[in-house]
Design a protein around this ligand. Structure first.
Ligand code: FES
Length: 111
């Protein structure tokens, strides 16, 4: 069953920035792309770098450890197509960002 979590105030994360958050015991990366909020897994599939602490360029967040890029709209990895991250549905409500976490079996992977 899907669960919804309040993970941030909209005003706390300006466009072009990201940060790591935790919801439901899960590490997530929250990213603001030109005012649109996106949530992906925080754990980089390369060696576990915190994607929420990465560098945002356009709709791609780059891992702070070795620079792999992940499209926050699809989860696709720019250097290793076989290593995507999950994306999660986001809702904006009453000035807050809410993320919906599905059961693990329902999580969306690109492709
Ligand atoms: S840990 Fe993310 S690119 Fe190496």
């Amino acid at each position: 069953m899907a669960r919804e979590f309040d993970i941030a105030e909209i005003v706390s994360l300006p466009p072009g920035s990201s940060r790591s958050v935790e919801a439901g015991g899960q590490r997530l990366a929250l990213v603001n792309v030109e005012g649109g909020f996106h949530v992906i897994d925080d754990v980089c599939p390369h060696r576990g770098g915190p994607l929420g602490a990465g560098f945002v360029k356009g709709c791609v967040v780059h891992c702070p450890l070795h620079g792999w890029g992940f499209d926050v709209t699809t989860g696709a990895c720019d250097v290793r197509p076989d290593k995507p991250v999950r994306t999660y549905p986001v809702t904006i409500r009453e000035g807050h960002v809410w993320v919906t976490l599905p059961d693990v079996s329902e999580a969306r992977l690109p492709g």
